[in-house]
Design a protein around this ligand. Structure first.
Ligand code: PSU
Ligand code: MN
Length: 303
């Protein structure tokens, strides 16, 4: 095992007794939601995974170690400390070599999950190709990681802060299957559908697990996107949320926000302008993703 890895007791026990393990990211805790909802949600999401027969492994970089499975205190630290870096693929070497801390993005969580031998990972939404990427070249490292790390990512699609059409094109080029769970269209995080088709519609956790097995048994490197629409009762009105997203994007442009700050800026601006409605939606969809992720993991590991 890689000497940077530090597995919690719960995760170690799960590996020894061959229980299914599901990874969770930490950028959503440190940079995606406000305190105290971030910490409360992180704990609740872990419990949902346990209740559905799997073991949660929230991943973060703490003092130069890749933590796989966090204690309550560590979750609290990630949710309250203001000096936690957003850690993507490019950031891992420096943070580890210099005993620093960081909250892992989808890309970095996939890397750490794979190092630990975890095949399934639950999050809210993935990064992707930003609008106007043809001039800014802002394309999330999450997409390259999906192309190369062998981890299935359960999410609610992607926010339309991104260009969803170009994001799908990118994933298609890289051979990353985008699998809809009981949906034909790519969910747009806050809403259950979008004008874009997923690559395949599936009906059950078993069908998803079998598809992942076939991919990896064929030696096809890389991950998959499993897109689970937000529960109907918490989905936001499409024109309401799109108006706010458009406004957040033009503000980011006006203020000259670039690089790794773009996504956190847009997320917090959307949170602010929806006065908590987007936060409620975010919490609801991540819980729903946790349930699906645990059920897929059970099928993947135990059948
Ligand atoms: N999109 C969301 N919520 C999030 C993120 C993206 O709807 O919390 C976070 C994830 O951690 C994702 C990261 O991996 O932002 C992508 O950042 P960037 O676009 O800078 O690659
Ligand atoms: Mn970016």
């Amino acid at each position: 095992m890689n000497h940077y890895l530090d597995l919690s007791d719960e995760v170690q026990k799960a590996f020894h007794s061959q229980q299914p393990v599901v990874a969770l990211e930490s950028t959503i805790i440190s940079h995606g939601m406000p305190y105290p909802q971030n910490v409360e949600t992180a704990r609740e999401v872990e419990q949902i995974i346990r209740d559905n027969g799997a073991v949660p492994a929230t991943i973060a970089i703490l003092d130069g170690k890749i933590k796989v499975g966090l204690s309550d205190e560590e979750l609290n630290e990630l949710g309250t400390r203001t000096d936690i870096a957003k850690a993507s693929r490019k950031d891992l070497p420096y943070l580890l070599a210099n005993q620093k801390s960081g909250a892992t993005t989808v890309a970095a969580t996939m890397i750490c999950a794979e190092l630990a031998g975890i095949r399934l990972f639950v999050t809210g939404g993935i990064g992707g190709v930003h609008r106007e990427a043809e001039t800014t070249m802002d394309i999330s490292a999450d997409l390259e990681e999906l192309a190369q790390s062998n981890v299935g990512v359960i999410c609610a699609g992607a926010k339309s802060i991104l260009d969803l059409g170009l994001t799908l094109e990118y994933l298609e080029t890289k051979g990353v299957p985008v699998i809809g769970y009981q949906t034909e269209t790519l969910p747009a995080f806050f809403t259950r559908s979008s004008p874009y088709s997923v690559h395949f519609r599936t009906e059950s956790p078993k069908q998803i697990a079998d598809t992942l097995k076939a991919k990896w048994e064929l030696g096809l490197e890389g991950g998959a996107v499993i897109a689970n629409p937000i529960p109907e009762n918490t989905a936001l009105d499409e024109s309401f949320i799109n108006r706010i997203i458009d406004d957040a994007i033009s503000q980011a442009k006006r203020r000259g926000v670039t690089g790794k700050d773009v996504t956190p800026f847009l997320l917090s601006e959307v949170n602010r302008q929806t006065e908590g409605k987007s936060l409620e939606a975010n919490i609801s969809l991540i819980k729903s993703n946790a349930e699906l992720g645990a059920r897929v993991a059970v099928e993947y590991y135990l059948q």
